[in-house]
Design a protein around this ligand. Structure first.
Ligand code: NCD
Ligand code: ZN
Length: 493
């Protein structure tokens, strides 16, 4: 049956279960659904089926690098991250802070997205406070026995040289959230100007050596400076907590978008149309034609990040329009490593469901190819953005599951896995993707610290936990239960 997507409210609380509870989809076709061979086998064995299909080498994969191979790169940044809020945020933020120095934090909080500089300042302070509490917990030794409710930082902290409580705590404290504001039809030009002003203040404070802020509880009078890295455009109804996003042809948001171009603030774009008649697998390509190309024409100085690209069309669009730093793209680990078979063959796997949804193999291959291009061929426009988007296990494993893959704990190793198979790990392309290209686009310095990854022998890599604590519940990470051969071995400040 045909259900116009635009007729359904989409902004229900992420933590409250199904993100589109009111979709009137009929489920009668489940009645006589035969078990697949794989599902039947696991059912009789009374073990849970794997949340991700067993990893096979990608088609045309380069030969694997030998165990013991070591890759060192400047400490990377995650240019697209969902941290959520409250107890859920406290559970996941440390996972990112263990491997990344900075992250662009998405504003799609529920029920109220982050639409103002004031709200972003408060959100940033909550993130800093949660990481400070985590750091203190580590210093008290709560992480050492796998305590602290299974946040599991020690497993993520690398080898002996970087897993001391002091070193882990220092990394948690050094993490720098870069905030974003959620664009709506009603975003006033004055909010864009306020964002530019706040970012300039933050940059001046950082240059004077008293940046930071965010940590502790602040207190007295002066609010700490907050850097607004970008605005985020969600087409209304496109994804989790996007109901207050921009409607229709984006014209209502045009004054604010012009103000961004004027003050040099980039616009991060969720590139999918939402019209009910457009097939979910085609929504990105439609957006490029119908919305993004006209927007770039209308606002020539605007700098855009096309987020989490999933198609050959998007990769080509960025290569075609990206000269002069106008448009760049983030790429997630799942869109490099998985195609839609991972979602749908052998049983539906809700933990591989995200938006934009995984596409067919041709598109996956094109996205990986673009992300691993050398700079001379346009590769510098693609950079690391996990789109790590945790949802409680129960909100994914249900009749109408939320979109979002939780990749943060395994992300760096998963990207290394993808780049190894593309033959692009050792010649600087991986370091550019993880640590240089995003900083260049966002006009920030490359981090001074380093991270070392080491390839382990099969059987002695890191087995990704089946789940992590997530506020009151749990979250199933990408690659749950599977071994990763790349391990973060050392992190140097
Ligand atoms: C994200 C989320 O859960 O917040 N979900 C997702 O599937 N990527 C929202 C988004 O980035 O689309
Ligand atoms: Zn996202």
């Amino acid at each position: 049956m045909f259900t116009p997507a635009t007729s359904t409210p989409r902004g229900l609380a992420a933590a409250a279960g199904c993100c589109r509870r009111s979709l009137s989809v009929h489920h009668h076709h489940h009645q006589a659904r035969p078990l697949s061979a794989a599902a039947a086998a696991t059912a009789t064995a009374a073990t849970a089926p794997p949340p991700f299909p067993p990893a096979e080498p990608l088609p045309n994969a380069a030969p694997p690098l030998p165990a013991g191979t070591r890759i060192v790169l400047p400490t990377p940044d995650d240019w697209h991250l969902h941290l959520r809020d409250g107890a859920a945020m406290a559970s996941v933020a440390p996972h990112t802070a263990m491997h990344f120095k900075r992250a662009v934090v998405m504003p799609n909080l529920s029920p109220q997205p982050v639409t103002t500089v004031a709200a972003a300042r408060e959100y940033r302070a909550r993130i800093g406070a949660a990481l400070e509490r985590a750091a203190q917990g580590v210093e008290r030794g709560e992480e050492e026995g796998g305590g602290s409710g299974g946040v599991g930082l020690v497993a993520l902290s690398g080898g002996a040289s970087s897993s001391s409580p002091q070193s882990v705590a220092a990394r948690l404290r050094a993490f720098e959230p870069l905030m974003t504001l959620y664009l709506t039809d009603a975003t006033p030009v004055s909010e864009v100007e306020a964002a530019a002003e706040a970012s300039a203040e933050a940059a001046a404070a950082a240059a004077a050596g008293n940046g930071g802020g965010g940590g502790g509880g602040g207190g007295g009078g002066n609010a700490p400076p907050v850097s607004i890295a970008a605005f985020k455009l969600y087409p209304a109804g496109a994804t989790t907590n996007s109901s207050q996003g921009v409607t229709g042809d984006l014209s209502k948001a045009l004054p604010a978008i012009r103000a961004m171009a004027k003050s040099g603030i980039p616009l991060c774009v969720h590139g999918e149309v939402t019209r009910g008649e457009v097939d979910v697998f085609d929504r990105e390509a439609f957006f490029l034609r119908e919305r993004l190309a006209p927007l770039l024409d209308a606002v020539p100085d605007l700098r855009v990040v096309l987020e989490h690209i999933t198609t050959e069309d998007a990769a080509e669009f960025v290569l075609k329009h990206g000269s002069g730093g106008r448009i760049a793209a983030t790429v997630t680990p799942q869109h490099m490593l998985l195609n839609r078979n991972a979602l749908l063959v052998g049983g539906v796997r809700p933990h591989a469901y995200c938006l934009p949804v995984l596409k067919r193999e041709r598109h996956r291959a094109a996205v990986l190819r673009a992300a691993t291009l050398p700079a001379s061929e346009g590769g510098g426009r693609f950079f690391l953005g996990t789109d790590s988007a945790p949802h409680p296990k129960h909100a994914k494993e249900c009749a109408c599951g939320c979109a979002g893959v939780y990749s943060a704990p395994a992300a760096l190793a998963l990207y290394a896995h993808a780049f190894e198979q593309a033959g692009a790990l050792e010649d600087g392309r991986f370091a550019a993707f993880c640590s240089r290209n995003g900083a260049a686009f966002y006009r920030r310095p490359v981090n001074q610290g380093t991270v070392a990854l080491v390839k382990k022998q099969q059987g002695s890599g890191w087995r990704v936990p089946e789940s992590f604590e997530f506020g009151e519940g749990t979250v199933v990470p990408m690659w749950a239960g599977q071994e990763l051969s790349w391990c973060v071995e050392e992190v140097k400040a």
